[in-house]
Design a protein around this ligand. Structure first.
Ligand SMILES: [Fe+2]
Length: 386
């Protein structure tokens, strides 16, 4: 839910004649993800965005459940996912339900040249754990680096370029629009004073490069779990200008200002994004609770109505043992969890944490794929037994 932005050339009035230097009309396109009931942008193309020249049969890329045993604490070694050159194939969904897919990827190459991607199913939040590069879209470019969340509305045609082969991504596909928590927004959508970040932290697309080219351009479109190769006769990045509220943006986890207190603060203080039936939270370096008798370690809790997925990014994790970068823990709804033995006592007197993690809490149970089972640490479920 970013704010109004305007890039390039647009006509003074929407839906009026907007002509090219040769006298022809630019093609106006309204882009929205919730019909005409919410945010939208208006884009102006040199060519109509509709010129399909070839289609091929789709491929099934929908995640498949590999087990029915979902009532078990699990841990996955995310960095064991093998690097792969094909950006689209490198995305390995590990956990999923009808609201959200959680994937890991280690692409060694991006999407360049005449190949593009469009997720017509879901908004994407790409968390950059390792890697730097540029996300290229019809709206302009977004440079990214370690710690960035790239939020890409469904339907955005994009390419991605990495500066080298060492890239580690956590990708969240949301089947509802990604927004900010409502309690942080004014009636008209401004981020309020008590929000942990504000508009200045949101990076908008820049360096709009208009490519006026005809040829053969492959847009891989994901829809209902199938990937459709659709070839267009004009370059999709032929936009001369656009304005509106709907566009990809970046927000760095390092710009998330933690909310702390005298006693342990509940997980919602870490919430960064909101979606239908799940949330995304950022655990960032922060001062610990400062009541003289405070217990910095979290209390045990019976998360009876949400599955908790924690993706460990960097730093020390006070409440867990054997944590590695890129590790995921899944604490499913239905069985309580809490700090590992000794962690509570050890936390007392500590003043700060350097932990950095992304949490995804889902309100419906998650299932796991074979890719998840392949990188599972089988002993995790017993790790609370002394
Ligand atoms: Fe928890």
């Amino acid at each position: 839910m970013p704010h109004y932005h305007r890039v390039g050339s647009i006509p003074h009035k929407r839906h009026t004649q907007f002509r090219k230097p040769d006298g022809g009309l630019y093609s106006e396109q309204l882009f929205s993800t919730e019909g005409f009931s919410s945010h939208y942008s208006l884009l102006y193309h040199i060519h109509p965005p509709t010129v399909i020249i070839r289609t091929e049969p789709p491929t099934d890329i929908a995640p498949k459940a590999a087990t029915e045993n979902i009532l078990k604490h699990r841990s996955y070694q995310g960095f064991k996912v093998k690097p792969e050159a094909d950006f689209i194939k490198s995305k390995k969904v590990v956990l999923f339900n009808n609201d959200v897919h959680i994937a890991l990827a280690a692409p060694t190459k991006g999407l360049e040249g005449n190949v593009f991607y469009k997720n017509a199913d879901s908004d994407e939040v790409i968390f950059i754990h390792e890697g730097t590069g540029v996300l290229k879209t019809q709206y302009g470019n977004l440079k990214f680096a370690y710690g960035d969340y790239l939020v890409i509305p469904r339907g955005t045609i994009y390419q991605i370029e990495f500066n080298d082969e060492n890239n580690r991504l956590l990708i969240v596909d949301s089947f509802s629009p990604i927004s900010f928590p409502k309690r942080y927004l004014s009636r008209y959508g401004q981020l309020l004073e008590h929000a942990p970040f504000c508009e200045r932290d949101i990076r908008q697309p820049e360096d709009l490069q208009t490519i006026d080219e005809k040829g053969s351009y492959l847009i891989n479109v994901k829809k209902k779990g199938l990937l459709y190769p659709i070839w267009y006769g004009t370059h999709p990045f032929d936009v001369v200008g656009w304005d509106g509220y709907e566009y990809p943006y970046a927000l760095s986890i390092h710009d998330f200002e933690p909310i702390t207190g005298r006693v342990h603060q509940p997980p919602p203080v870490h919430q960064t994004f909101d979606a239908h039936n799940f949330v995304i939270c950022s655990f960032v370096p922060r001062m610990y609770d400062y009541h003289p008798r405070s217990v910095p370690a979290p209390y045990n809790h019976s998360n009876i109505d949400s599955d908790e997925v924690l993706y460990y990014v960097d730093g020390e994790f006070m409440s867990r043992k054997h944590v590695e970068r890129g590790m995921i823990t899944l604490h499913p709804a239905g069985i309580p969890h809490g700090p590992h033995p000794g962690a509570v006592e050890k936390s007392i007197g500590q003043t700060e944490t350097k932990e950095l993690a992304v949490m995804i809490d889902t309100f419906h149970p998650l299932q796991m794929t074979q890719e998840a089972l392949d990188i599972e640490d089988e002993n995790y479920v017993m790790s609370w037994a002394e």
